[in-house]
Write a protein that binds this ligand. Structure first.
Ligand code: ADE
Length: 230
């Protein structure tokens, strides 16, 4: 079973995303174990301090290396980790390929970034991959960690059924998914495409492929340059 340990200064931020829907079901089914660690438990003194002002001055607080080192080393004493990921806007941009690759690992740690960041020595000593979820700045890495975890868990074997297989997700073949419809067949003059009501599965499959390609050409031509199935 895959295990994901998430180290966070604001663990409550992770509770809802990890405890609903597909990610919850995957844990309930024993397909993944997700453990959130509160960095404050490794903090200093009465106030469980985990951050301090930056050397050289400047705004914002920086996460100290000692609490992080203590937490990571405790985990490493219990098992071997394949990756220690740090979430930060200056990391490599996350995509489906990275999610698929991470889903093949056994044990990973995700260290959530915080305010102005972590002491650079944490990255040097412990971190094996730095991941950004996009070119914008979040208040902390927790939402990024939740997004990475969700994307990884949904591609784990047996998390989705054959019907809902992640293989038909957008991006798995560098194509966007086709449009979908449900009842009613007509709403205020807008009809569902006839082919979807035809019962002709070969035709439906062909229509969906065409729609995928057209959509990708219109919305994300950059994906087509990567090639189908690349
Ligand atoms: N922390 C703050 N902004 C982030 C981003 N864009 N991706 C990952 N972690 C972050």
């Amino acid at each position: 079973m895959m295990r994901i340990d998430i180290i966070s200064a604001v663990p409550d931020l992770l509770q809802s995303p990890l405890n609903h829907s597909i990610v919850k079901r995957a844990q309930d089914k024993g397909l993944v174990e997700i453990v959130v660690h509160n960095l404050h438990e490794y903090g200093f003194g009465q106030y469980r301090q985990i951050d301090d002002t930056p050397f050289g001055g400047g705004a914002g607080m920086v996460l100290m290396i000692e609490p992080i080192a203590a937490c990571i080393r405790q985990l490493q004493a219990e098992r071997t980790y394949d990756e220690i990921i740090y979430t930060a806007p200056d990391g490599k941009t996350f995509n489906q390929q990275t999610a698929n690759a991470l889903s093949l690992k056994k044990n990973i740690i995700i260290l959530c970034g915080h305010y102005k960041g972590v002491d650079e020595r944490v990255r040097e000593m412990f971190v094996t991959q730095e991941i950004s979820i996009g070119d914008y700045v979040l208040s902390g890495g927790e939402l990024a960690a939740a997004i990475i975890t969700d994307a990884v868990v949904r591609v784990l074997p047996n998390v989705l059924s054959d019907e809902t297989s992640a293989l038909s997700d957008s991006f798995q073949d560098n194509l966007l998914a086709p449009p979908v419809y449900t009842r009613p067949a007509e709403f205020e003059g807008l009809s569902v495409p006839d082919v979807l009501l035809s019962g002709n599965h070969a035709k439906i499959a062909q229509w969906r492929d065409e729609q995928s390609i057209t959509r990708t050409q219109e919305r994300r031509p950059d994906l087509l340059d990567l090639g189908f199935g690349a």
